[in-house]
Design a protein around this ligand. Structure first.
Ligand SMILES: Nc1ncnc2c1ncn2[C@@H]1O[C@H](COP(=O)(O)OP(=O)(O)O)[C@@H](O)[C@H]1O
Ligand SMILES: [Mg+2]
Length: 339
């Protein structure tokens, strides 16, 4: 049984279709990341699951139960927001204890204390328990916000870009910790982000969300290696996938209707200059640290990456082949054409 199930869910705000006929199944213990640009409908999807919005169409099931009309408080899901919202007048301990002290719960103070301490330990904030919530760094505040969700032991965690307001180093640190946390507590997590690194490192499965629609759902490897559309192909990969005009290729070797040919930078094979059957391209730029080569093909820049550092100089010519099995073909509407 899937823990969370969205069945043909649509949510409109006036003329805007924020979430458009979305169906998702999230399994128990799974870490699903919804990846999409700003405005794609990520937050609205989470708010629908949490019960903060009601779908115009479709149904939501939590743990097999129809939840579409269930009160948010009865859904047993914890929402972690992009902007940590702690109670400023409480200590870290007070913030972590708060959900446990609600009258609905009737947890004994001894249990509250034990639970708070165990969660604080998990998140490495034990030494901050007596601090006022406002006397913390951004990373610590977000740990407390995550901790406040953890103490409740909800069925499901909904995380809305929880790391996006942190600086790069903290973001990476907390990202690694979130993954560890997921492994150790086996929670079901739906996490939304526009950051492909977060998506590929955290997710069991990624759902690519665009204009309110799920355009593809699969493991990071599936979405990367076998993208369903041009936009899904562009969503993952750094440096990004190369998009090339069909004019560069033999029309007889291309499927009918091809409007764009794409190849990943690491799939481009580099030879010495004047190698047989290779395209001779001029080097525009070489970045040894990233093993990244920018080549010029009749005004179109093509990026190639190598496994190891090599020696290239701008202006030199390199023989390049684009192996047919690595080429992806797309129609003008962005749909993938099976090769
Ligand atoms: N309460 C609202 N009222 C009107 N429009 C909204 C509201 N919430 C979201 N939207 C619109 O719905 C679309 C999806 O928004 P959102 O779910 O916040 O996207 P994301 O989180 O992916 O950036 C956007 O066009 C946004 O402007
Ligand atoms: Mg959002």
């Amino acid at each position: 049984m899937s823990e969370i199930r969205l069945h043909n869910v649509t949510k409109r705000f006036g003329d805007i279709v924020a979430v458009n006929d979305v169906s998702i199944d999230v399994n128990e213990g799974e870490f699903v990341v919804l990846l999409g640009p700003s405005g794609a409908g990520k937050t609205t999807t989470l708010r629908l699951i949490a019960g903060l919005e009601r779908p115009d169409e479709g149904e939501i099931f939590i743990d097999g139960e129809a939840a579409t009309d269930m009160h948010p408080a009865d859904r047993d899901v914890a929402f972690i927001f992009q902007q940590y919202s702690l109670y400023p007048h409480l200590t870290v301990f007070g913030n972590l204890a708060f959900p446990l002290r609600s009258p609905r719960r009737r947890t004994s103070e001894a249990d509250v204390s034990a639970r708070v301490r165990s969660v604080a330990q998990m998140l490495h904030i034990e030494s901050k328990l007596a601090n006022m919530a406002t006397h913390l760094s951004g990373g610590e505040m977000q740990r407390v916000a995550i901790g406040r969700a953890l103490v409740r032991e909800p069925k499901v965690f909904l995380m809305d870009e929880p790391l996006s307001s942190l600086d790069a180093k903290l973001r990476e640190e907390l990202r690694i910790e979130l993954k560890r946390l997921h492994r150790s507590i086996g929670a079901t997590i739906i996490y939304v982000t526009h950051d492909q690194v977060e998506a590929t490192t955290l997710a069991d499965r990624i759902g690519i969300l665009e204009h309110g629609r799920i355009v593809q759902m699969g493991t990071p490897r599936e979405v990367y290696g076998n993208p369903a559309s041009l936009s899904a192909a562009q969503r993952l990969g750094s440096p990004p996938i190369n998009l090339l005009p069909p004019a560069l290729f033999d029309p007889a070797a291309m499927p009918a209707g091809t409007s764009t040919v794409a190849i990943r930078p690491e799939d481009i094979v580099l030879h010495g200059a004047d190698a047989r059957d290779a395209l001779n391209l001029r080097v525009l730029e070489y970045s040894p640290l990233r093993h990244m080569l920018i080549l010029d093909r009749e005004g179109t820049a093509i990026v190639a990456t190598t496994m190891t550092e090599r020696n290239f100089t701008p202006g030199q010519t390199v023989g390049v082949s684009l192996p047919p099995r690595s080429l992806l073909y797309f129609r003008s509407d962005g749909r993938r054409i099976p090769a």
